[in-house]
Design a binder for this molecule. Structure first.
Ligand code: C5P
Length: 233
């Protein structure tokens, strides 16, 4: 397996809270996801601070705008030396291609670029009624994943339960990044379609994104290590 890893969703509202949390990890440097809340609160400096501590970073800002704007924004993110970033596949293949161009550095290297297909908070009923998409949600997810692949992207964010069909449609090498992971004996919270780290491994997803089961645990480092043990083995 090429790059199976556990990404901790650092859903904190300040740099202080985030760094205090990361201080607990003295003997390992987990892959960290920075989302909109933390990025808007703490700015690009938090990316540099976490990077300087030796963590890999998934910057989860879900860009969606006209191709030229996304291309320029991606060029800025690329300079911040993040390892993974994302956008909405709904922005079209043209937008995704532009994003890839913006993200690619002069030496040809770039962070992984992942597309959001349909958010897991969007139900099939709402997608059809409000967005006037008549296809099923599964067909829509697969089509958006195919578009992302055609644009040259590395993979998609999807629920663990969708990872199998995405791999089937786009090939094993197409990366899947999946939130909605819970321990078998843990609380589910507001997530609906969840699975365990062990089951996510069986399904064959590449990265799991785990927030509260680690950040709210009594012993976050032990919870992270349990996740790695179950998922990476
Ligand atoms: O705390 P929890 O494990 O539910 O955190 C999951 C993380 O993944 C959160 O940062 C959430 O915003 C993100 N996410 C998600 N579902 C998606 C996309 C992102 O839960 N479809």
């Amino acid at each position: 397996m090429k790059h199976r890893d556990v990404i901790i969703a650092c859903d904190f509202s300040s740099a202080e809270a985030t760094l205090q949390f990361l201080d607990k990890f003295t003997d390992c440097k987990p892959f960290v996801k920075i989302g909109m809340e933390l990025y808007y609160a703490a700015g690009p400096a938090i990316v540099q601070q976490i990077k300087a501590r030796g963590h890999k970073i998934f910057l989860d800002l879900k860009l969606h705008d006209i191709p030229n704007t996304v291309k320029k924004a991606m060029a800025v993110l690329s300079k911040m030396d993040v390892d993974m970033c994302n956008l909405h596949a709904a922005g079209t293949i043209e937008m995704m291609k532009a994003a890839l161009e913006g993200l690619t550095r002069e030496d040809g290297t770039r962070p992984l670029l992942i597309a959001v297909t349909q958010l897991t908070s969007t139900s099939e009923e709402r997608m059809q009624r409000e967005l006037l998409i008549n296809a099923s949600i599964n067909d829509t997810i697969v089509q958006y994943a195919r578009n992302a692949k055609e644009a040259g992207l590395d993979g998609v964010v999807c629920s663990p339960l969708e990872a199998g069909m995405v791999k089937e449609a786009c090939g094993e090498a197409f990366v899947t990044v999946t939130p909605g992971v819970r321990f078998a004996d843990g609380e589910v919270g507001d997530q609906v379609r969840v699975t365990t780290p062990a089951r996510a491994k069986e399904i064959g997803t590449d990265y799991i994104v785990v927030g509260r089961p680690i950040t709210q645990a009594t012993d976050p480092v032990a919870a992270y290590k349990r996740c790695v043990e179950e998922f990476v083995g």
